[in-house]
Design a binder for this molecule. Sequence first.
Ligand code: WT7
Length: 667
Amino acid sequence: MRSADGAGRKYARPVAMAQAGTIESVYREQRLFPPPPQFAERARIGSREHYEAMYRRSVEDPEGFWREQASELFWFEPPARVLSWDPPVARWFDGGRTNLAYNCLDRHVTGPSGGHKAALVFEGEPGDVRTLTYRQLLAETSRLANALEALGVRAGDRVGIYMGMIPEAIVAMLACARIGAVHTVIFGGFAAEAVRDRLLDAGARLVITQDAAWRRGRAVPLKAQVDRALQAVPSVERVLVVRRAGVDCAMQPGRDVAWDEMVATMPARHTAPALEAEHPLFILYTSGTTGKPKGVLHTTGGYMVGTWLTARTVFDLRDDDLYWCTADVGWITGHSYVVYGPLAAGATVLVYEGAPDYPAPDRFWSLVERHGVSIFYTAPTAIRAFMRWGEEHPRRHDLSSLRLLGSVGEPINPEAWMWYRRVIGGDRCPIVDTWWQTETGSILIAPLPGATATKPGSCTLPLFGVRPRVLREDGTEAGPDEGGYLVIDGPWPSMARTLWGDPERFRQQYFSRFPGLYFTGDGARRDADGYFWVVGRIDDVVNVSGHRIGTAEIESAIVSHPAVAEAAVVDRPDPLKGQALVAFVTLRAGQTPSPQLREAIAAHVAEQIGKFARPDVVRFADALPKTRSGKIMRRLLRELAAGSEPRGDVTTLEDVSVLAALRQDEE
Ligand code: WT7
């Protein structure tokens, strides 16, 4: 992929500056896009020197740096101690007392704008538009905070949020944060079983949901899924139901409460309590390599400082921006860069409820044009879908309000990067390719748009206080352009503190591979300019359409189908989704493979986990290739799924004839 002649050069010359159609013929690493001077002039961090000076300070005097950054935010009680670090246990800003919702809301209302600035500009899928100023968002949040307290929710209690992208979902998160209740947002695409597992694990006392969510013109019922999930979750005492789509849903007397009846009657003032910096903020479930999802726990002070600083600097947020991150609040991107980071930074955030192709594939561009979006942050999988739908859709709209583009979720292939830059960014907008994870809480590696020259496909350089390294198997440092394991050396404020209820798994998962260092699970290389190129997960987690899913979770769903004996799920490259899912399935005795059964198994996964996890291909096999210790050899399956002959080592394979048989069922 890369030619060696880039080595040792400090700055490559920008050859083939974004000429459409010529990108395949040039050396990739030679394309370098310096920040446009007009952008840099007005940017918060407007030169490479400025970035480097700040970065140096942040790693040489982390405590001084972070104390200073934290002091830009509001604290009832300033932190006594910036950091204590005994891997894997980090504590940030001990002795400090703050409130994240206060920083996202009250701080702006008491500030110079008086809170009259728009906090949220919402557009529903049917086309309804609603704007909430900071003042209004504070009032709504306060009402809900009062309602939650009236319903018996106390600091430390867990609250499940199972909603679509409507302002009430954001109000729900902020109200929990305000009273110190720990929210766990469950993506609205998850089916009842997945909702149940997460609510059970968190021990939620209350669930906030809505009747139904609009998706491609259909009202998708959410409350009904909650009802099914709650049959097996005894800890949940109350369900608060927002009326969004106006569809009928059963209300269980004594348990279910209508939001519009209760919340509207509550006082619009609520005094934010002073919470400890390490007070738990939220649990967000993410997939691991076993079937059981991991409840990543983030806490208040460090997460607040990390998301605020990165939102301000990576997105260069200014007072007149309209910022749009297309992520759902069910994922970490929605937490950190729809809600907490941008609101703490006082931004105006666009929120869109529905699908990008409804009613037509130009919906996003129509939104950008009509509202005047200036910063747009999305995922490579979406960009590839836009490419496939065709340039004519963005071309129909005036996108000149855009000044900055962002990407997150998986490695962005250079073709998609170039297309994004040319077609959406008009060759004018810098692109920030942001690397981070649910566990990191905030962006760790990314360009600063006014300071960092970008290379298509690279997330570039570390942000403040972050020391990433690429290690070989044996823990020694990989050389320039040598692939290895991406680790982070030392703590950072927004890092996950633990896995809910399982500190040992937290240590094991992240701090045992290379003792004392945070292991990301990603493979990466660093080029001669110090730029990072992340290649993706190295374990059995697949990233489909921007959703990170453990293969084991999908496998357990498949195996729960009565006809199935065993299953192994792997990914294979897919031009549109990035990765497609291929399931290898062995059937129980007496079952025969059939197209109907393929379909039934795929549908079963959609029902158990959600449509997004539905396997693209189901292949039947008599047996799965296993090691002698019984571990399925996914590497072989991955090679088969990609259509190539298994090459590597097969010596650990228990029964080689299994491979030959597998090749026969090619769909
Ligand atoms: C994994 C984390 C962080 C929010 C969305 C996903 C991959 C994420 C990039 C990027 C290359 C990326 C990594 C990472 N990833 N951003 N800019 N370049 N890979 O959060 O579900 O926790 O997934 O997504 O593999 O480990 P997540």
